[in-house]
Design a protein around this ligand. Structure first.
Ligand code: ME8
Length: 505
């Protein structure tokens, strides 16, 4: 069995989660569920990033200790994952002992090997981004761009990691591993960034300025720079499961590709003699009216609240259907409701209703044995093969489109066959056609619902239960058109996608 290790970014706990965070976790969950159904042994990690100046400041503003603050906000992120049916196998917090121990061990190894040195640092620091800035980051008029928030000048001794020594290794690595970053065009951006000489990375903060961090093992007067701490989570979580390293995919947003994930992280690992991850999957941003959804600007959708109102699976479906991984997407209620009505309620929901209703009325709720092949079968074979290929290539939005088309074909088949007319005719041949039509509808619904499982897990289970069917844990022959439902007793009705209450909008 192939092992598959998948991670998400770990979220800062300086504010509550929004739909952008939810999307990333759901996207990773869809991949994890898909790989499990394809038969892989999956380890799926998410968690929270809890050290650094931002968290210290947010805790101070609330008048509580940083640990208490981090406990509260981390619990919100964990609860959001549970609410959205995210099937993570582990949830790591950077304040946990198991993580801190590994960070200190790796730092000590780099220090012993001569990759870390002490020097005076002078520079401008953005607390919002937790990063030192360079002159080239300034606006043409000399001010700092809004995304950096408050910027302060700092002069202090610090420890540095010899990033520059590994620059040519990284360039060679990226050229050899053209598939390291998905989408591919982002790999070019990294190489462009690496065309300029790298500065060594300042990996410490003096404790008098920042208390809230992991003390350096070789100088306790300093704490570890939050990115050096956070990136290690991917490794510390599987420190006792070496079979899972290197990770297959780190799922991250485009803002944290360069330099942290595409430059610092592979170099840190290489310097430690560890293999880098196999790939980075980089998604775009959700925006509202064109502006990035963000906690600091207050321009965001609360994913938990939205799921309460419109349904967890409807939200999961919309996010995965709407976003082409790598590009940005604008979120609007109108767009959501359009897809909800046309693709979920009127297409899938309608097919479920008709199948259950007609089976109950015309066959006593028991699925008849199929008696002939149908043209839908060929459409199914093509749909399934394309769907799997598209999911393997992270084109989930198109993969879902294929399923919707298959459901549309199935609804059209029902219109054409018109079981309600067939049922009026007592001729034995017509009765056979009716039985076959009902069996075909049920089988098409079973198969279509199966493909939706990674994206809408609880909806799929509801449909399977209504069809009186319990699938196996992996797909394999689950996706083969056949007679698995023959003799099954169907429920008479199932409401999956109620009309959203217009008043609540
Ligand atoms: O960057 N749309 O944490 P974070 C889509 N702690 N994704 C979004 C988004 C949006 N509007 N806003 C944020 C950090 N994200 C670090 C990561 S990993 C070792 C450390 C995504 O809470 C963002 O791109 O600011 C990132 O991948 C994740 O949410 C966490 O962002």
């Amino acid at each position: 069995m192939k092992s598959f290790y998948l991670t998400t970014a770990i979220d800062y706990v300086n504010g509550s989660p929004h739909l952008g965070h939810a999307y990333e976790k759901v996207l990773a969950d869809v991949i994890a569920r898909f790989r499990r159904l394809m038969g892989d042994r999956v380890f799926f990690l998410t968690g929270t990033d809890e050290h650094g100046q931002k968290v210290q400041q947010s805790a101070r503003a609330r008048g509580i200790a940083p640990q208490q603050f981090a406990d509260e906000v981390s619990a919100e992120f964990r609860a959001l994952c549970a609410k959205l049916d995210v099937s993570n196998d582990d949830f790591i917090r950077t304040t946990e002992e198991r993580h801190k121990r590994v960070v200190r061990d790796l730092l000590q190894r780099l220090f012993d090997k001569g990759d870390i040195y002490k020097a005076e640092y002078r520079g401008f620091y953005s607390t919002r981004q937790e990063q030192f800035l360079q002159e080239k980051d300034r606006n043409p008029d000399g001010t700092w761009p809004e995304i950096f928030g408050e910027v302060t000048e700092i002069i202090e001794p610090n420890y540095f990691f010899k990033l520059r020594d590994y620059q040519s290794w990284l360039v060679g690595f990226l050229k050899q591993h053209e598939q390291f970053i998905f989408p591919r065009y982002r790999q070019k951006q990294v190489l462009e960034f690496l065309a300029e000489p790298l500065n060594d990375l300042c990996i410490s903060r003096p404790r008098e300025r920042l208390e809230w961090g992991i003390p350096l093992p070789f100088d306790e007067k300093f704490v570890t720079y939050v990115w050096f701490d956070a990136l290690v989570n991917y490794y510390s979580a599987v420190a006792d499961k070496p079979e899972f390293w290197p990770a297959d995919f780190h799922v991250i947003g485009k803002d944290i590709l360069v330099p942290p994930h595409a430059v610092y992280w592979p170099i840190m690992l290489h310097a430690l003699g560890l293999p880098p991850p196999r790939a980075l999957l980089v998604h775009g941003w959700w925006s509202i009216n064109g502006a990035k959804m963000s906690k600091s600007t207050g321009n965001f959708i609360d994913a938990a609240e939205f799921a309460d109102r419109y349904g967890v699976d409807a939200l999961r479906y919309f996010m995965i259907r709407e976003m082409n991984i790598g590009q940005d997407s604008d979120f609007s209620l109108q767009l959501f409701l359009t897809r909800y009505n046309s693709e979920l309620a009127n297409n899938l929901g309608n097919l479920v209703n008709r199948t259950l209703n007609m089976m109950t009325r015309f066959a006593g709720g028991i699925v008849p044995a199929p008696e002939a092949t149908s043209s839908l079968q060929n459409i199914w074979d093509k749909t399934r093969d394309e769907f799997i290929k598209l999911c393997e290539g992270f084109q989930f939005h198109i993969a879902l489109d294929r399923v919707i088309s298959f459901l549309t074909e199935t609804n059209a088949y029902i219109e054409l066959q018109a079981p309600w007319k067939l049922a009026k005719n007592t001729d034995p041949n017509t009765a056979a056609v009716l039985r076959n039509t009902l069996a075909t509808m049920a089988e098409a619904l079973r198969l279509g619902a199966t493909l939706l499982q990674p994206v809408m897990p609880s909806t799929t289970v509801k449909i399977q239960t209504a069809l009186g069917y319990t699938p196996g844990p992996v797909w394999r022959d689950e996706l083969v058109w056949g007679a698995k439902l023959t003799g099954a007793k169907l429920q008479p009705a199932l409401v999956l996608f109620p009309r959203p209450d217009q008043e609540k909008k």
